[in-house]
Design a protein around this ligand. Structure first.
Ligand code: GLN
Length: 280
């Protein structure tokens, strides 16, 4: 069967065109924009079987990235499976914010790395810095390790609940922590709620639980004037800034994503929030 005929038959089954494009481009080994010129291409019997298998999974609502086991982030192909969140385009904005503040030789900690997407993208762009990345899920950490190896990034991955178990000093902490509040979680589209890891999405305390924990403990891991870069939910800027202010953090940058939604914060630890625990 020709690619174009398959696409027509399956879009009649009310599958999202962009999901179909995603899997067909993978099967034909071509970029999505090129599909328009490949409609006349015959699929091999093996490709056709795979297309049928993939599209029946799409029909059950599974994201195409899990079906193919890969996703793109910051120009990098990454392995993904349901143990990790599919990297979101808006998280590329967090990478760009962090990159503007990473200097050669500095130490960077990523909290909750998932597939490793953020640390790997940072390492690719600023290989002269040192990267540590923590993750609570050992399944996710295995994927992050494989992704880093594939992209030849030396990252110190640690299985940990937010912060490394041994006290260490970093210059910058970056995190896209789980931030979906219990109310929002219940309303998430099934494609996200039923397939992506709750551990990577759900946060108590109106979605703020991890920002609180990170901001409370980060001073022990940062020098005076150390930085924290966050991605956050679009309605969370104000409550995070209130929380940060109470804990002695100053806001250096508050930015929006490409859809114009409040999405990123750069916070700086003020001298008053230094905890003596780490002073040596
Ligand atoms: N942006 C993700 C979503 O809306 C949430 C990511 C997160 O909780 N860190 O599905």
């Amino acid at each position: 069967m020709k690619a174009g005929d398959l696409m027509a038959a399956f879009s009649a089954k009310q599958l999202e065109q962009q999901d179909l494009n995603y899997i067909l481009a993978d099967l034909l080994h071509c970029p999505i924009p090129e599909l328009a010129f490949r409609r006349g291409q015959e699929l091999s019997p093996e490709q056709e079987i795979l297309f049928h298998q993939y599209s029946s999974r799409l029909q059950k609502g599974e994201p195409p990235q899990y079906i193919l086991g890969k996703a793109w982030f910051y120009g990098l192909e990454l392995e993904v499976d349901p143990a990790v969140l599919i990297p979101r385009p808006e998280t590329e904005g967090l990478v760009e914010l962090a990159l503007r503040h990473i200097r050669p030789g500095q130490k960077v900690l990523e909290i909750g790395t998932g597939s490793g997407a953020i640390s790997i993208a940072l390492h690719k762009a600023r290989p002269e810095a040192c990267y540590t990345a923590t993750e609570l899920s050992s399944e996710a950490l295995q994927i992050a390790r494989r992704n880093a190896a594939r992209h030849k990034c030396a990252i110190d991955f640690q299985l940990a609940d937010l912060f490394p178990s041994e006290l260490a000093r970093f210059d910058l902490i970056v995190s896209n922590p789980p931030y979906v509040s219990p109310q929002e979680y219940a309303k998430l589209e099934p494609r996200v709620r039923d397939f992506e890891p709750r551990l990577a999405l759900y946060a108590d305390d109106g979605g703020l639980a991890f920002y609180r924990r990170i901001l409370e403990t980060a001073p022990q891991f940062l020098p005076e004037c150390g930085l924290v870069c966050f991605e956050h939910g679009y309605s969370q800027r104000k409550p995070i800034l209130e929380l940060a202010g109470k804990l002695g953090w100053a806001c250096l940058e508050a930015l929006q994503d490409l859809s114009g939604r409040n999405r990123y914060l750069l916070l700086q630890k003020s001298a008053a929030s230094v905890t003596p625990a780490f002073e040596t």
